[in-house]
Design a binder for this molecule. Structure first.
Ligand code: KG4
Ligand code: ZN
Length: 342
């Protein structure tokens, strides 16, 4: 079964073709980062308009790359939510328009399920069950994953998501958008002993997170030095921020493994691309004897491959989940626990 995936929930247009026999055949991505950079964050209206411009050329690109034709597609999976309403509507309308034109069924996919399952696209995928840390721009959650559609929430952020804290702190330091990669690079040059920032909820008895206090602590440091913050000092703050973030994320992952008794940890979402986090988790895994799995770097951040893949996995369980019903609706807010497959 050949599934076309369409991702358009935020500032990346991703198209991909996944075949249940042959695996991922082609994927293509257009990132709008350069366009949004000048505004310091994603401008939803501009995002929607750009998805319209990019989607069909990307479709042609993946078909050519895979040596395939439109008529060979068996089903079309698109990100139905969560995300920016206008941006989601573009992907949904393109997927449903194609479905109608080609007489193929369509299936709405949950963006976070795409992220959660993305490590399964790797050559050496984790077996179920596993603990997943989902760290993206809008979400920070620990889940127990027993199979496709079998997700139990173990803990989540009470306020800002980890990626959001990266982005906001980077902005406070005058770094570009998106802030995660920028602050991570700068932190490499920082002295770890100059600042110590709070590690919110590090010792809480649960698996929840809170990052708004960490961001406020960055604000306080920056404000106190607003006239004379030099490049080295910025790097020191970046280092303190990354150290605090990595400590909290690592400690909560260890606590989740202990609570569930599982030995496999999966990291998904944009912050999963972070080098310092990977180093800390790899070190902990070697010491505590568990295994940690990451998606390929290109599948950490938003992409079409994870949507095609999640759609294909769902269709293998319930072949009639894709429908010839093209009156689409999107779900900008959509709790992951509504996804249970029975
Ligand atoms: O999963 P994603 O691409 O989009 C959402 O679904 O939100 O995640 C984007 C987030 C942004 O906040 C970005 O700053 C962060 O992932 N990010 C990183 C890195 N690469 C992306 N954060 C820290 N270090 C990175 N290397
Ligand atoms: Zn995402």
């Amino acid at each position: 079964m050949l599934v076309l995936g369409v991702e358009s929930s935020c500032d990346e247009t991703g198209l991909a073709l996944y075949d249940t026999q042959r695996g991922l055949l082609a994927h293509a991505l257009y990132s709008q980062v350069a366009m949004h950079e000048q505004y310091g964050g994603v401008v939803p209206e501009l995002a929607s308009r750009d998805h319209i411009r990019r989607a069909i050329p990307l479709l042609e690109q993946v078909l050519a790359e895979g040596g395939l034709e439109r008529g060979m597609i068996d089903a079309i999976a698109y990100t139905q939510g969560p995300g920016l309403a206008g941006a989601l509507l573009v992907g949904a309308s393109i997927a449903c328009g194609l479905g109608l034109a080609l007489d193929k069924p369509v299936l709405g996919v949950h963006h976070l399920e795409g992220h959660l399952l993305s490590p399964l696209l790797a050559d050496d995928p984790p077996a179920f069950p596993f603990v997943a840390l989902l760290v993206s721009g809008g979400h920070t959650q620990l889940m127990r994953v027993d199979g496709v559609g079998q997700y139990a929430l173990l803990g989540e952020t009470m306020d800002d998501a980890a990626g959001e804290a990266f982005d906001k702190s980077a902005k406070l330091l005058g770094l570009g958008y998106p802030g995660g990669p920028a602050i991570s690079r700068l932190a490499e040059f920082g002295d770890p002993d100059v600042y110590t920032l709070p590690r919110p909820m590090l010792h809480s008895k649960n698996l929840d997170f809170s990052f708004s206090g960490l961001k406020t602590a960055v604000l306080t440091v920056v404000k106190n030095r607003i006239t004379n913050i030099c490049e080295q000092d910025k790097a020191n703050v970046a280092r303190a921020f990354v150290d605090a973030m990595v400590d909290v994320l690592t400690a909560k992952c260890l606590a989740a493994l202990k609570q569930t008794g599982l030995k496999r940890l999966v990291i998904a979402g944009g912050v999963g691309a972070n080098r310092q986090l990977r180093d800390a988790l790899n070190a902990a895994a070697a010491k505590k004897r568990f295994r940690v799995y990451y998606p390929a770097l290109e599948f950490c951040t938003d992409n079409g491959a994870m949507i095609a893949f999640a759609g294909a996995m769902r269709l293998q369980i319930h072949p009639d989940a894709a429908k010839r019903d093209y009156a689409f609706n999107v779900r900008p807010r959509w709790p992951l626990d509504e996804l249970r497959i029975t």
